[in-house]
Ligand binder design. Structure first.
Ligand code: UD1
Length: 324
């Protein structure tokens, strides 16, 4: 039995990872400062995990959290492009200083491997599609710079200290438990919950922008594979996506059917720091991690819509109300 430390365990991705690690019969230790994570994300698994409320910026807490840990899945972050534009210092502290703390603690505790939630935003707005890991990065927003800087720290800790690290460049992960309530929330979580309430969603820009939207189960499987992949993946960077892109207008059309929304979509000004198109080449992850997408976009949307529908009836914690 292995022990996994998940940073940001109360977040959308962290809590999904915790469920998957428990399901495979391993131990979960989790830390979260509840800055964006929510206790309800851990509801039915709370008693099965060793949870510690702590900030990754607290090195002492990180040192204790890393004791006797085999794998670290580092998800804790302030995960937002627009928020980083408003508060670059806060983004840098959480997303870069926090990562260095995690690495120092993991190195000193001699953990076997650290898997990092890197971001497709590192590629920026370069016209070449699909994005391949060998391409020169071109980060636009402070968030993208911070995520990329953390990747470089991961790689440098492998080269300088022999700590095995793997960076997974997530491409727009979506699914159950993604918080739809903040102005910085991921577009699909916002659209789904707005449309379920019968409210019009807003497209920023012309709606032609496209993303390689990736259902959460794919990201979870990539993390678990990255822990167990052969040693030659250490120091590596891998895209985690589906290899297909969908634009916002098309996403809205699909969601209209799934949510029974009858209204229209509104249009607003384009967002600062926004990337126009994003699509991944996933061949490296397939070859070296044994990764392949297990849930496609439409299927993922269906599961996500159902989750938000049921949640609204169950608890109302997500402030979603379905139409009568
Ligand atoms: C970016 C990163 C992603 C990262 C995420 C963290 C890229 C390509 N992707 O996502 O890897 O995990 O930051 O936050 O850089 N939009 C609307 N209406 C809304 C909300 C958003 O039209 O109500 C638009 C945005 O302007 C954007 C698209 O939807 O064009 C996607 O936005 P969002 O879901 O916030 O993610 P990214 O910024 O693409």
């Amino acid at each position: 039995m292995s022990t996994y430390l998940i940073t940001g365990v109360a977040g959308f991705i962290g809590s999904s990872l915790a469920r998957a690690v428990l399901k495979q019969g391993d131990r979960v230790r989790g830390i979260d400062n509840f800055s964006t994570g929510k206790p309800e994300n851990l509801q039915e698994i709370f008693k099965q995990i060793d949870f510690r409320e702590a900030d990754i910026l607290d090195l002492d807490a990180m040192n204790k959290a890393c004791e006797s840990v085999d794998y670290v899945l580092h998800q804790a972050a302030i995960p937002s492009v627009p928020k980083s534009v408003l508060d670059p210092l806060g983004s840098n502290r959480a997303n870069v200083d926090g990562t260095v703390n995690v690495l120092v603690a993991a190195r000193d505790a001699k953990v076997k491997r650290v898997v990092y939630a890197a971001s497709s935003s590192a590629y920026g707005d370069t016209p070449t599609l699909p994005k391949h890991e060998e391409m020169a990065p071109h980060p636009l927003s402070p968030y993208a710079v911070a995520k990329l800087a953390s990747e470089y720290y991961m790689v440098s800790f492998f080269h300088c200290y022999g700590l095995e690290t793997v960076c997974l460049r997530y491409f727009n992960i979506f699914g159950p438990r993604q918080d739809p309530t903040s102005p910085y929330s991921g577009v699909l979580a916002k659209f789904i919950t707005q449309m379920l309430k019968g409210e019009p969603p807003t497209i920023f820009g012309d709606g032609e922008q496209s993303r390689d939207f990736t259902y959460i189960d794919n990201a979870v499987s990539a993390n678990l594979l990255a822990c167990k992949a052969p040693k030659n993946v250490a120091g590596g960077v891998f895209n985690v996506a589906t290899g297909r892109r969908v634009n916002l207008k098309e996403s809205f059309r699909i969601l209209k059917k799934l949510t029974d929304y009858e209204g229209e979509v509104k249009f607003g000004p384009e967002r600062a720091g926004d990337v126009k198109h994003s699509l991944a080449d996933i061949s490296n992850a397939e070859k070296h991690l044994g990764y392949r997408p297990i849930v496609d976009f439409e299927e993922g949307l269906k599961k996500t819509v159902e989750w938000y529908r049921v949640k609204s009836v169950d608890s109302g914690r997500w402030s979603v109300v379905t139409k009568p």
